[in-house]
Write a protein that binds this ligand. Structure first.
Ligand code: NDP
Length: 299
């Protein structure tokens, strides 16, 4: 039986970061500007700490300045908003990201709305969400942007492709659908109330799974030859007690049917931070009135 091409997101993300680093160096040499990314962490959630550390590390590796702001888990909303206001005013900070989730005493919507729109490198501010919806030049959220780049690398022109996005969250599903629509795909968004999920998925030339349900999408849900992007990150138990990361797609059965598929880990995941850096570079150029470069992954 045919076996799908494995889309190597880890390698693509490394090439993209190298492409970004070239433009960061150019920005420094020609305009004496160094992009700055500030990441705010509230509390000490272990997974969030790892994400924040990796974001800082990769920002510095591409030549950007990285700023970390930590607040205790007991921080009030007013304290966090005051910290964001400082970062909004700071000219050396071009991108601001507040690591989610936040402790329950803090309203994430208020926090996201407080970030200056032109520094919102996560693309979660309502104005950026609206700009994406109307096809404008706002900041696109990092995970869907990474998915789009992988799809374009694999397929090229996406016009006319039938795309099914499984999941309708504000951070993945909805912006993914908006980006695919902007590329002239025919887009279906499926979710927990969709009547026949398998049938919807079987129609897809492009299937993006972002549901957070381990190995839910089976091989016989997939159209032969389809391109499958698996956004899900789920830990399942293993006999040794360590657990194992799997996606929302049952990789073993899907790889026999799909034309191309992302693995978990090493598929969509690494693209998220690379696209965060891309958004930071874009934000920096816009803030300084410098033309935004078209960043290509290094060869
Ligand atoms: P959410 O929980 O916010 O959204 C999940 C979506 O899936 C909802 O729209 C929900 O539908 C739908 N859904 C849930 N269960 C089912 C089901 N049984 N059948 C059909 N639809 C269902 O998740 P996120 O979008 O934030 O994340 C999705 C996955 O992607 C997670 O595993 C997460 O860890 C991962 N992720 C990975 C990232 C990366 O960098 N690779 C970044 C962000 C997320 P409804 O709206 O009807 O409830």
């Amino acid at each position: 039986m045919a076996t799908a091409t494995i889309i190597d997101g880890k390698q693509f993300a490394a090439r993209l970061r190298a492409g970004i680093a070239t433009h960061v160096a150019q920005l420094k040499a020609e305009h004496d500007i160094t992009p700055g990314l500030a990441v705010v962490l509230v509390g000490d959630d272990p997974a969030s700490q790892i994400y924040v550390r990796n974001k800082g590390l990769q920002a510095r590796e591409t030549g950007m300045n990285s700023f970390e702001r930590r607040l205790p888990a007991t921080a009030t909303q007013a304290e966090l908003l005051a910290r964001i206001a400082e970062l909004n005013r700071d000219p050396t900070v071009n991108g601001i990201l507040v690591q989610l989730p936040l402790p329950k005493q803090i309203d994430p919507e208020r926090v996201i709305e407080a970030i200056a729109v032109n520094k919102d490198v996560d693309g979660f501010h309502p104005l950026n969400v609206g700009l994406l919806a109307v096809g404008g030049t706002g900041m696109a959220p990092c995970t869907p942007l990474g998915c789009l780049m992988l799809l374009k690398e694999r397929i090229g022109n996406l016009a006319g492709q039938r795309a099914v996005v499984l999941g309708r969250s504000n951070i993945v599903g909805k912006p993914m659908a908006a980006l695919l629509l902007r590329e002239h795909c025919t887009v279906t968004i499926a979710h927990s109330r969709t009547r026949d999920l398998a049938e919807e998925c079987r129609r897809a030339d492009i299937l993006v799974a972002a549901v957070g349900k381990a190995q839910m999408v089976q091989g016989d849900w997939i159209k032969p030859g389809a391109t499958v992007l698996d956004v899900g990150i789920n830990r399942i138990p293993t006999p040794d007690g360590k657990g194992r990361l799997v996606g929302d797609v049952d990789f073993a059965s899907a790889v026999e049917v799909a034309g191309a598929i992302t693995p978990v880990p090493g598929g969509v995941g690494p693209m998220t931070i690379a696209c965060l850096l891309l958004n930071t570079l874009t934000a920096t150029c816009r803030q300084h009135g410098v033309p935004t470069p078209e960043v290509r992954p290094a060869a």
